[in-house]
Design a protein around this ligand. Structure first.
Ligand SMILES: CC(=O)N[C@H]1[C@@H](OP(=O)(O)OP(=O)(O)OC[C@H]2O[C@@H](n3ccc(=O)[nH]c3=O)[C@H](O)[C@@H]2O)O[C@H](CO)[C@@H](O)[C@@H]1O[C@H](C)C(=O)N[C@@H](C)C(=O)N[C@H](CCC(=O)O)C(=O)O
Ligand SMILES: Nc1ncnc2c1ncn2[C@@H]1O[C@H](COP(=O)(O)OP(=O)(O)OP(=O)(O)O)[C@@H](O)[C@H]1O
Ligand SMILES: N[C@H](CCC[C@H](N)C(=O)O)C(=O)O
Ligand SMILES: [Mg+2]
Length: 492
């Protein structure tokens, strides 16, 4: 595509000159620039992409997008906000790929990854060609690609959509983070369905207040088509039991369907019975009712299942098939994942709870069925919301017999300081502070007795730990298994 044609998507820009090079690729990282490409200079949180324009030109960039005039021989197109411009350019360069597929976006504080997986499972069982973008990976055409963000920046995102389109993807399911919505990463994505899981405290380091955090989530619903045209099917799926839905309802012009357990909802679970392995309930839709056996524990899993049922309403998949798919799932990697076998002396669960609300939900579920003591190994991420630290510690203490406060991903922060912040939430002394996560897990395993449950929270599927900016191999499940084996070896 030639430069002038590419630029047609921008509402305004400044470009003195009339060169019109053919643009073969678009990049936001100078290290990835190839010949005859367009390089977009982005001012980041860490570095300013403008400082790499010379490198980009040396590597073959034929034109630059920047927020200021740059001293170079190639055309420089000056825009007000290069990140916003990038979203529009990426969409145009890759041929507006989301116009040619169904796109389901899932947002909310907790449950996005899980709900997205449930939706993906229902759709693939119904023989739809699906794509998935989220915290754990980007997955389509049978291949998983590693990711850096839950929702990627617009340029890699639109590239992925175009690859999905090429691979014949009919429906893409994606997690949409509040950061992505706020920063415009999903600007220009054509959503058919937007799903809201819930809202509770997280990310206040970035959003500052719960109102602004909710506003960011609302952007997904505001971005949804308005449903005025019958051929343009759109649906907003809201959680009737979450207060925030009242605001989200006002932010969308699309038709709305609500799901819930307590309040009135079109998709409602009634007669809930919980057990150690999951739950049984009856799901009621406007047309029919049907029994469900869910093999994922806790009330929060029921909400995720209801959200998934509502999200696939427009796909035409019969409810009985939807339920069969949900009943076939025993969980998502790193979410309430059992490390131990039935004949082990106690139970070890690895879970991705990294907010006060998710930790509370998972611990309440564990407590309901635990016949022994509950031990919790937990930390908080560095360079993230500090105010959630004492809250998470408090929740852990309230619902556990013993807490091992330890490091999560300290990132650039001092682990000891994060633990100090957590300690501020503790009201009694039923806890130990063990900075090294491996040691903390080993201690919990050594101290657990028969029938006890150890919850290792916060890192779930993660296979790494980031300490002082460096990434090390670390997997809670492997460390726990090794600790358990060491224990068995000691005893024999
Ligand atoms: C705070 C934040 O959102 N940071 C994101 C941002 O990084 P940054 O601003 O630090 O980038 P930077 O390193 O300053 O680089 C600026 C520009 O210079 C370019 N560059 C850089 C070096 C170089 O040699 N050449 C070059 O051209 C970079 O490609 C970039 O275009 O842009 C990067 C590329 O898109 C993101 O990967 C990165 O996410 C980081 C990893 C992150 O941790 N983000 C979190 C806060 C986040 O977004 N989380 C949400 C999930 C939240 C949830 O749980 O719901 C998410 O969607 O992931
Ligand atoms: N609907 C829910 N409500 C509250 N907590 C939940 C819900 N679903 C899952 N959880 C808890 O939250 C944890 C994270 O779940 P999941 O990974 O699905 O959320 P997420 O929204 O994708 O998180 P992230 O923001 O990191 O992408 C789970 O391990 C579980 O403890
Ligand atoms: N998407 C979340 C994941 C947090 C996972 C936790 N292990 C941590 O590192 O804080 C975030 O980026 O805030
Ligand atoms: Mg996720």
């Amino acid at each position: 595509m030639n430069l002038q044609s590419l630029l047609e998507c921008l509402p305004s820009y400044e470009y003195i000159g009339n060169e019109n090079p053919d643009i073969k690729s678009v990049h936001m990282d100078s290290r990835e620039v190839t010949k005859n490409s367009l390089f977009i200079c982005v001012r980041g949180f860490t570095v300013d992409g403008h400082s790499f324009f010379n490198d980009a030109v040396k590597k073959g960039a034929a034109a630059l997008i920047a927020e200021e005039q740059l001293d170079t021989d190639v055309p420089v197109i000056v825009v007000k906000d290069s990140k916003r411009a990038m979203a529009l350019l990426a969409n145009r360069f890759y041929g507006y790929p989301t116009m040619d597929m169904n796109l389901i976006g899932v947002t909310g504080t907790n449950g996005k990854t899980t709900t997205a997986h449930l939706i993906e499972k229902i759709l693939t069982d119904a023989r739809k060609t699906t794509g998935m973008i989220g915290t754990m990976y980007t997955r389509f055409a049978g291949v998983e690609h590693p990711v850096q963000n839950t929702t990627p920046e617009s340029l890699p995102l639109q590239k992925t959509f175009s690859e999905m389109k090429e691979a014949g993807v009919d429906t893409a399911v994606m997690e949409v983070s509040s950061h992505a919505l706020e920063m415009g990463r999903v600007h220009g994505c054509h959503y058919n369905v937007a799903v809201f899981t819930n809202l509770s405290q997280d990310h206040l380091d970035y959003h500052e207040t719960m109102e602004k955090y909710l506003h960011a989530k609302g952007l997904l619903f505001a971005q949804l088509g308005n449903g005025y045209y019958p051929e343009q099917k759109n649906l907003a799926v809201l959680n009737a039991d979450d207060e925030a839905s009242k605001d989200l309802l006002k932010m969308t012009a699309a038709p709305v369907i609500q799901y819930g357990v307590n309040n009135d909802a079109e998709i409602k679970a009634v007669d809930l019975v919980f057990d150690e392995g999951g739950s049984r309930f009856t799901v009621k839709t406007p047309e029919e009712s049907a029994p469900v056996r869910l093999n994922m524990v806790g009330k929060f899993s029921v909400y995720n299942a209801l959200a998934a049922i509502a999200a696939v309403r427009m796909s035409g998949i019969p409810l009985k098939d939807v339920i069969a798919s949900l009943e076939d799932i025993s969980g998502v990697s790193g979410r309430v994942e059992k490390v131990t076998n039935d004949n082990d002396p106690f139970t070890i669960l690895v879970d991705y709870a990294h907010t006060p609300d998710s930790l509370e939900n998972v611990l309440e579920t564990i407590k309901e069925f635990a016949t022994g003591r509950v031990f919790t190994v937990v930390g908080c991420g560095g360079d993230r919301d500090r105010t959630k630290r004492p809250q998470m510690a408090r929740v852990a203490e309230k619902l556990s017999d013993m807490v091992f406060l330890t490091s999560d991903n300290p990132r650039s922060e001092a682990p000891e300081q994060i633990l100090e912040d957590m300690k501020a939430g503790m009201k009694n002394d039923r806890y130990s502070v063990i900075v090294d996560r491996k040691e903390a897990i080993e201690r919990a395993v050594r101290e657990a007795g028969s029938r006890d449950v150890i919850l290792i929270a916060g890192k779930g599927h993660e296979t790494y730990q980031i300490i002082a900016g460096q990434t090390f191999d670390f997997d809670d499940r492997i460390v726990a298994k090794q600790a358990l084996e060491a224990l068995t070896d000691d005893k024999s």
